[in-house]
Design a protein around this ligand. Structure first.
Ligand code: SF4
Length: 165
């Protein structure tokens, strides 16, 4: 597995490949951005009954919650970017399997919507993830980011100031 590819890069890749290069090269998003702050609050305030929260593995993977059943849970503020969230969670399961020898299941939790989406690391999901890992590695090793391209997500992207001034 490529070193240093965190779950956030997987998430960003699915939303906008330009973000991968920006984050990988320490161009940090605007921390005062409303969406980042809301996400942080939901992360802090949701599921306080769970004892295992915010688990940092090798400074690569930060797992939001591990439930009492040993299921890896990722908390999101909405279901809007479900594909990105699924891949991010799949990466955590993949990392645990290939780096820690732990095979388990995952679940996406969206407390604001009272929704949960179970996820298993099937061979198909692993194969899709490995393709994404190769593309993320390729993007971040380039000299410069791919050009900014206006997409729907730009309106709420914390990099909007970097891309569009
Ligand atoms: S502002 Fe738009 S183009 Fe720039 S990183 Fe965000 S989503 Fe990508």
């Amino acid at each position: 597995m490529e070193k240093g590819i965190g779950g956030t890069l997987i998430w960003y890749y699915t939303i906008c490949p330009r973000q991968v290069w920006l984050l990988a090269h320490n161009v940090l998003p605007d921390q005062a951005d409303h969406n980042i702050q809301v996400g942080r609050l939901i992360d802090q305030w949701s599921y306080p009954q769970q004892r295992h929260r915010g688990i940092n593995l090798d400074n690569t993977v930060v797992i939001d919650v591990i439930t009492g059943e040993g299921v890896v849970a990722e908390v999101k503020k909405s279901s809007a970017s479900l594909d990105a969230a699924r891949l991010q969670l799949a990466y955590y399961l993949y990392y645990l399997k290939h780096n820690k020898g732990v095979t388990t299941k995952g679940v996406l939790l969206v407390p604001e919507e009272r929704r949960r989406y179970p996820l298993e690391l099937t061979p198909e999901v692993e194969s899709q993830l490995e393709e994404v890992l190769r593309e993320v590695e390729s993007l971040r090793s380039q000299d410069k980011p791919v050009p900014a391209r206006r997409i729907h997500y730009c309106k709420k992207c914390a990099y909007a100031g970097v891309c569009w001034g």
